[in-house]
Write a protein that binds this ligand. Structure first.
Ligand code: BGC
Length: 733
């Protein structure tokens, strides 16, 4: 054992002997139980609730540091005041902004998820944060969910595969990933007052698998309970979710943290699996005096219960052990390092991930852009200019810099072509979020008609038009706390796109959003690109794809429907919920069951604009005939040869879907059960192998409470999008 200065001090204090809890050579559990044995009840209770907006207590007397929590999934949030949401005004907290998680999901690349987690973990460690409040992996049940951009799409398998390496990457740095929001929290509307009524089959098949993967395969050290209720109980202290499923069935040994202000009940907070209560104010969600953390459910009321015998010390020890475990895994980990912050490597990673997730939805050859020397490129749209790292709710960041698409395009075409910009419409003029300022001035004096006319006039002598619009992070768009109201593009953008398309110039539409939008003009433009909130390097990433420096390889992690009405949520009881007599909370019925996203559109044969898993490339790929073999007992392998038949290097994502030809329950037409991204030089071929097992064939039988694979016929569908299946293999179980 190496005696650090801190240990020497403690060793001196304790008569020359280093206590077990401080001894890095001792096992985690030995350290935990030793620390626990030295603590008073008051010290243990102090750990179970917030002491400031983003910290919970350690044990100062024993030299055990407090836990520092930080948002969020896309970068390390700037410092706020101890007990206020206002900025602390630090000048050393401008981070690397990584792409939104939906952008990461669109890469379908597990290695990039690991890279992302590793980089953000290093940033968290440098900023002395122990718990990263993310990633978010709630399912895309409705395209309207304001937080879709913070999640990983509509498919539990894809989200599960991407979250595991993210968690491992973060935790490698001695930072706990706090996977959120557990569970069935799929809308922002009345998020703190809505009871999600979901049957067990739907829960286990759609809403739990990504969380299970994060815990069981990713080894996540923390979970955040969500604001809503599930089956009548708030999820921050939902007995079935936290005690029975998370800590019981999945054996989770980490810490359960409430969403901020999500804890609502004294009894349940103590009994039902919550370990740390965090808050927006100090009295649930209702607001209270400042600095009165003693009023938290798990503070003074908890202590009183313990003193008068209405709560057990064994229960408290369980919570305290989990918290100590988290501290020993993070700030007091034996091999703890210091992390790194805003390094060139982090910005490079952000750029790579952003670019790899950009999805080429349509291309008739206009992309990559070819413009004559000294030609003129007209860029139209607010999102070419507006900074997007700021805003959106708790994932709001202060970044060291943000490259906007317009500047990146000017940089890319410097000396080759002139890039001019017309705003075309006014969307959101905010440049300040929670006092993080972008420094842009987005005020506009022209009328909507004038803005449109100016754009059309500028287009007349342009060699090509690049429209860069979409959504932003203001209220009722891609934003925490509110949901969108439709999937139609706002601010008259559809009309503007149509007007520009009529000019018959080569035209590319770039939609920057974190959630699906309808594209009624899709047939009238030459190319369509789905960009995302790409973080600090978003502009460069987009320019890289438009110019062909990067060959696009992203695939949609959600369906792009033609209209909201086509989707599975038809009634108010499904979304956003209804009020029922005699019931305290809004009720939201998941009547559609397992049929969300492509599971719905495929099964009902409803045409969509762009399907789940879709994404084109500047090259072409050919898939050979898929072959099936048995890899070991209960596991099979599908292999397929993929060839790059075009002229540039690129990547394709081979996707394995399984359909159950006949089942005793209604099953989706197909479900994603495997995928692999493969990089190929022109002319190169590689064999891709995807394994699957009995669970891949199963549905969840709620009565038996187990996964059931029924004997009979299935089809293994191998393709490059959910609607582009290149080969099928009949399969009999
Ligand atoms: C959000 C969480 C976030 C927390 C702390 C809550 O309102 O739902 O995702 O981590 O605030 O900012």
């Amino acid at each position: 054992m190496i005696l650090t200065a801190a240990l020497v001090v403690v060793a001196c204090q304790s008569g020359g002997k280093v206590p077990v809890y401080l001894n890095p050579d001792k096992s985690l559990e030995e350290r935990v139980s030793d620390a626990l044995s030295r603590m008073t009840i008051e010290e243990k209770v102090a750990m179970t609730h917030a002491q400031s907006k983003f910290s919970s207590a350690g044990v100062p007397r024993l030299g055990i540091p407090e836990l520092w929590h930080t948002d969020g999934p896309h970068g390390i949030r700037p410092e706020v005041l101890w007990d206020e949401w206002d900025q602390a005004g630090w000048t050393n907290d401008s981070c690397t902004a990584f792409p939104a998680l939906i952008n990461l999901a669109a890469t379908w690349d597990r290695d990039l998820a690991y890279l992302y987690g590793d980089c953000i973990g290093q940033e968290a460690r440098y900023r002395k944060k122990d718990i990263l409040l993310g990633p978010g992996i709630n399912m895309g049940r409705t395209p309207l969910n304001g937080r879709t951009f913070e999640y990983m799409g509509e498919d539990p398998f894809l989200a599960g595969q991407m979250v595991v390496p993210y968690v491992k990457g973060v935790q490698k740095n001695g930072v706990a990933a706090c996977v959120k929001h557990f569970a069935v929290n799929n809308q922002e509307t009345r998020r703190t007052a809505t009871n999600s009524v979901v049957d067990d089959r739907t829960l286990y098949e759609i809403y739990l698998p990504a969380f299970k993967a994060a815990v069981v395969d990713g080894g996540a050290w923390a979970i955040m309970g969500s604001y809503n209720l599930w089956n009548g109980q708030f999820n921050c202290h939902n007995k079935r979710l936290l005690c029975d499923i998370l800590k019981g069935e999945w054996g989770f040994d980490g810490v359960v943290i409430s969403d901020w202000g999500g804890c609502r009940d004294d009894d349940e907070a103590v009994e039902n699996g919550l370990d740390i209560e965090m808050g927006t104010w100090t009295n649930g969600l209702r607001g209270a005096a400042s600095d009165s953390y003693q009023n938290y459910h798990l503070a003074r009321p908890y202590l009183e219960r313990l003193r008068n015998g209405r709560a057990t010390e064994a229960g408290l020890n369980d919570k305290a052990s989990r918290i100590l475990r988290t501290i020993f895994r993070t700030s007091m980990a034996p091999d703890q390092h210091f992390g790194s912050f805003t390094s060139p490597e982090h910005f490079a990673a952000a750029r790579k991930i952003a670019a790899e997730g950009i999805v080429l939805l349509k291309n008739n050859g206009t992309l990559p852009l070819r413009v004559p020397q000294d030609g003129k490129i007209l860029v139209v749209g607010e999102n070419a200019y507006k900074m997007m790292v700021v805003g959106g709710g708790s994932s709001n960041l202060k970044t060291k810099y943000e490259v906007i698409p317009l500047d990146a395009l000017r940089e890319a075409f410097a000396g080759k072509a002139e890039v001019i910009w017309e705003r075309g419409y006014v969307g959101d003029v905010t440049t300040d979020y929670n006092r993080v300022l972008t420094g842009q001035d987005l005020r506009e004096s022209r009328s909507a008609a004038k803005l449109k006319a100016d754009a059309v006039a500028a287009a007349k002598d342009a060699d090509c038009i690049i429209f860069i619009g979409g959504l932003n992070k203001s209220n009722f768009q891609d934003n925490e706390g509110t949901d969108r109201q439709d999937i139609v593009l706002p601010y008259g953008q559809n009309e503007l796109i149509e007007a520009l398309a009529e000019l018959k110039r080569p035209m590319v539409v770039v939609n920057i959003s974190g959630s699906p939008v309808s594209m009624p003009w899709a047939g009238k433009v030459d190319a369509i690109v789905q960009g995302w909130y790409g973080g600090s390097e978003s502009g460069h990433a987009l320019a890289d794809v438009l110019t062909g420096v990067v060959n696009p390889s992203g695939k949609l992690p959600f369906t792009m429907p033609k209209s909201l009405a086509d989707g599975p949520l038809k009634t108010e009881r499904q979304f956003p919920g209804i009020r029922e007599e005699g019931k305290e909370w809004w009720q939201e019925y998941y009547d559609e069951g397992v049929f969300i996203g492509y599971r719905w559109y495929d099964t009902k044969k409803i045409p969509v604009d762009f399907a789940f898993g879709h994404g084109l490339s500047y090259t072409t790929f050919e898939l050979g005939k898929p072959k099936l073999s048995r890899s070991k007992v209960g596991e099979w392998k599908v292999s397929v040869l993929v060839r790059n038949t075009g002229k540039v290097a690129g990547a394709e994502v081979v996707q394995l879907y399984i359909s159950d030809d006949e089942a005793s329950v209604a099953r989706p037409a197909k479900e994603l059960k495997g995928f692999q991204k493969v990089y190929l030089e022109p002319g190169q071929s590689k064999k891709v192998e995807i394994t699957f097992d009995k669970e891949s064939l199963s549905f969840f039988d709620a009565e038996k409470h187990e996964w059931v694979a029924e004997a009979g016929e299935f089809h293994l569908l191998v393709g490059t999008a959910s609607n582009r299946i290149a080969g099928e293999i009949p399969f009999t179980l």
